[in-house]
Structure formats: C-alpha cells, structure tokens
Design a protein around this ligand. Structure first.
Ligand SMILES: [Ca+2]
Ligand SMILES: [Ca+2]
Ligand SMILES: [Ca+2]
Ligand SMILES: [Ca+2]
Length: 252
C-alpha cells in the first residue's frame, strides 16, 4: 500500500504527494480581523480556523500561545460555530477550562484543545467516521487581545484525514497523518508607546516633552521618539500631541 505523504504549505494549505488518485485535502487558516499577520498591541483579533477537505477529517488539535512580552487575554469564543455551508460541528473531547468567566488572562499558560477527534472505525457511514467532506468549515473561532510586543502562535497539530482507498462509495478508508501547521502573528507597539509595553499611558507621556522638536523643526531624535510623530511629518509638535491624546489607552 502506498503511504500518502502530506505536507503543509505556507498559510496552512496541505498538499499530498504520492497519493495517486486520492482526493486532495487541505486545512487552511483565516484571520477575520484585521486580516493581517501584524497586529498592534491592544487590538482584539478574531482567529478563525477553517478547514477544507474532500475526504473525511478525523482529528485536529488546536493550540494558541504567546511569546516575547506578549500576554494574551481570551475575549470571546464560539463554542459551536457554524460555517457558511451550514455545517456545524466542533467535537470537543478535551480542553482546558477556558470558556467560562471570560476574559481569561493567558500569560502563564497556552490554550490547547482537541477541536476534532473522531474515532475512525473503518466502516463508512457510521457516526464515528470522521467529519464529512466540506469546504470553509469553521472549526474554531476565538477572539484574543494581545498586550505587549511579541508574537502569538496559532498551531494546528495532529491533523489526520481519512480517505477512500477502495471504490468511490467508500468500501475502505485509510487515515493519513497530515502533520501540523502554524500561523504566527507579530504584535507591535501602537503609536505613542515609547516604552514598548503595548500601552499608551502616563509613563509614555513622560517622554513626550523630551521628544518635542516644535513645528517643522525635525529631524525627530533619538529614533525612539518617532513613535510620537503621529502625523508623519518629521516633527513632534502640538499636532502630534493631539494624536497622542487620541491614542491614549491608559495602563493595561
Ligand atoms: Ca507604553
Ligand atoms: Ca508638525
Ligand atoms: Ca509630527
Ligand atoms: Ca505602560
């Protein structure tokens, strides 16, 4: 029997080599808000883990962690999200107890859960045959708020798909271990965050006066003061102070 080889492309797409005529299968990520892999500290980000598969999906584990000086707060979570195609399933067999009493502060520990874990009994059509084929199926939707400069990693691991090895009506199935894939969000400082701790507060304000150049009297020096040039005209003046006030977050 040929053992399929699956590999993950950038962005989470999965390709299958040596699979012969076996159907393609893929797991893809999308980030609903703001849709970029770089986010500003203090911005709420909704992470959507979507899957597209032409064969039955039998297992996916989902993990969320932070590194650097970033701490994650878990803001919201859809326990049973429904995809655009009307399919609704997230088969949770194990999870950290993070769904109650939101928000949660995830400074110390990451989220790990088995989003889909279906026993596969080799008998097509049964209740434990894995998830039926679908596209754009929403497996997980979770809103986090990263604070501080660093990274947030979304990891899918232990991905397994089941595919037909016999006739098209599915007389025989086999399990393919797809492996893992990750997406990394870079968390950056917002404008005005002089000390790089993710907020714009009085500690940052204390540095504003020392960075002032006056109108059209740049260059801004030292370079760290550029965070106060809100209107990008190479000075730090009262116009920029207005921007600082608008961006003021207070201490987190
Ligand atoms: Ca700050
Ligand atoms: Ca100016
Ligand atoms: Ca300016
Ligand atoms: Ca601060």
């Amino acid at each position: 029997m040929i053992i399929p080889r699956w590999s993950l492309l950038a962005g989470g797409a999965v390709v299958c080599a040596l699979c012969g005529t076996a159907p393609a299968s893929s797991i893809s990520f999308s980030l609903a808000n703001p849709g970029s892999d770089t986010v500003q500290s203090g911005t709420e980000v909704t992470l959507r883990v979507e899957a597209t598969f032409d064969t039955r999906l039998s297992a996916v584990a989902f993990a969320l962690s932070a590194s650097g000086d970033t701490a994650l707060t878990l803001v919201d979570r859809s326990l049973n999200p429904t995809g655009a195609n009307g399919l609704t399933y997230v088969s949770l067999t194990w999870q950290e107890p993070f769904e109650e009493n939101l928000p949660h502060d995830l400074i110390a520990s990451s989220i790990t859960e088995v989003a889909v874990d279906n026993e596969f009994d080799m008998a097509p059509g049964g209740a434990s045959d894995g998830l039926p084929p679908g596209s754009g199926v929403l497996l997980e939707e979770i809103t986090v708020k990263p604070l501080g400069v660093g990274t947030v990693t979304v990891l899918l691991s232990n991905i397994a798909a089941a595919h037909t090895t016999g006739p098209p009506d599915g007389a025989l199935f086999d399990i393919a271990d797809i492996g893992s894939g990750s997406v990394v969000l870079t968390v950056t400082s917002p404008p005005g965050d002089f000390d790089g701790d993710g907020d714009v507060d009085l500690a940052d304000l204390a540095n504003f006066v020392g960075c002032m150049t006056g109108p059209d009297n740049g260059p801004v020096d030292p370079p760290a003061c550029n965070t106060f040039d809100f209107d990008w005209d190479n000075d730090v003046d009262t116009d920029d102070f207005g921007g600082f006030q608008s961006g003021f977050t207070g201490s987190f």
